[in-house]
Write a protein that binds this ligand. Structure first.
Ligand SMILES: *[C@@H]1O[C@H](CO)[C@@H](O)[C@H](O)[C@H]1NC(C)=O
Ligand SMILES: *[C@@H]1O[C@H](CO)[C@@H](O)[C@H](O)[C@H]1NC(C)=O
Length: 207
């Protein structure tokens, strides 16, 4: 009994520490293009900046680069959004223009300077990625085409009910842990459930 109380107290302390993690808020103004989660939905890009030495682009060739800061929310002020995910989408009206995307967190990187391996090639005119509503991420775009003006960036918040359900059932299980750990019914029924799930898994893998 005493040890499960200790575990609960430790979990509460860790949770509080996690909630009070500092969240920097001074990067926003440094970027020409930014989208704020919960405030902006779309952003059209401008012509783009020519960059001569973008990693792995052809030597001597210059590519057009642009980047957008997606600015997240403060975790403390928006506790209600913990089950959300932010979908980030790029689309272009010229469907045959190929471009490359690098979605990263490193704010000290120059425009178009993502390492070789992090660029993702897009050839179907649209790209999408996702991030937490509480982080800040940079979306870098580069193309060998003539302009980035027909590009648009969208952000959209999506709510995941399953996260809320897991969160609530986790809390309920934690709270009931001292009783459940002494309950034979729980012991046998969870044992049976795991057994049945394993049998089904093995069945589907072998069959
Ligand atoms: C995003 O929204 C804020 C506040 O509503 C506004 O000041 C800012 O100009 C918007 N940014 C863009 C790129 O539309
Ligand atoms: C961030 O980018 C800078 C400049 O490209 C690089 O020197 C640094 O190692 C990067 N940091 C991380 C954590 O990748």
């Amino acid at each position: 009994m005493a040890s499960s109380k200790q575990v609960q107290v430790t979990a509460c302390i860790l949770w509080l520490l996690f909630l009070t993690l500092p969240c920097s808020s001074s990067t926003e103004s440094l970027y020409q293009h930014s989208l704020v989660v919960g405030e902006n939905a779309t952003l059209g890009l401008s012509h783009g900046m020519p960059v001569g030495k973008s990693p792995s682009s052809k030597p001597g060739a210059s590519v057009l680069c642009e980047r957008v800061l997606v600015y997240g929310l403060s975790r403390l002020k928006h506790l209600d959004k913990f089950a959300n995910t932010v979908k980030v989408k790029i689309s272009t009206t010229s469907r045959f223009q190929t471009f490359e995307v690098c979605f990263h967190r490193n704010t000290s990187r120059g425009i178009g300077m993502c390492p070789d391996s992090q660029w993702e090639k897009v050839s179907k005119g649209s790209w999408s990625g996702s991030m937490s509503p509480f982080e800040h991420k940079l979306l870098a775009i580069r193309t060998a085409g003539s302009s980035l003006q027909n590009f648009e960036v969208f952000i959209k918040e999506e709510f995941f009910l399953s996260r809320l359900i897991f969160f609530v059932s986790g809390i309920v299980l934690m709270t009931l842990a001292p009783y459940l750990s002494n309950s034979l019914v729980f012991y046998y029924s969870s044992g049976m459930t795991i057994g049945v799930v394993l049998v089904i898994l093995i069945w589907t893998v072998l069959g």
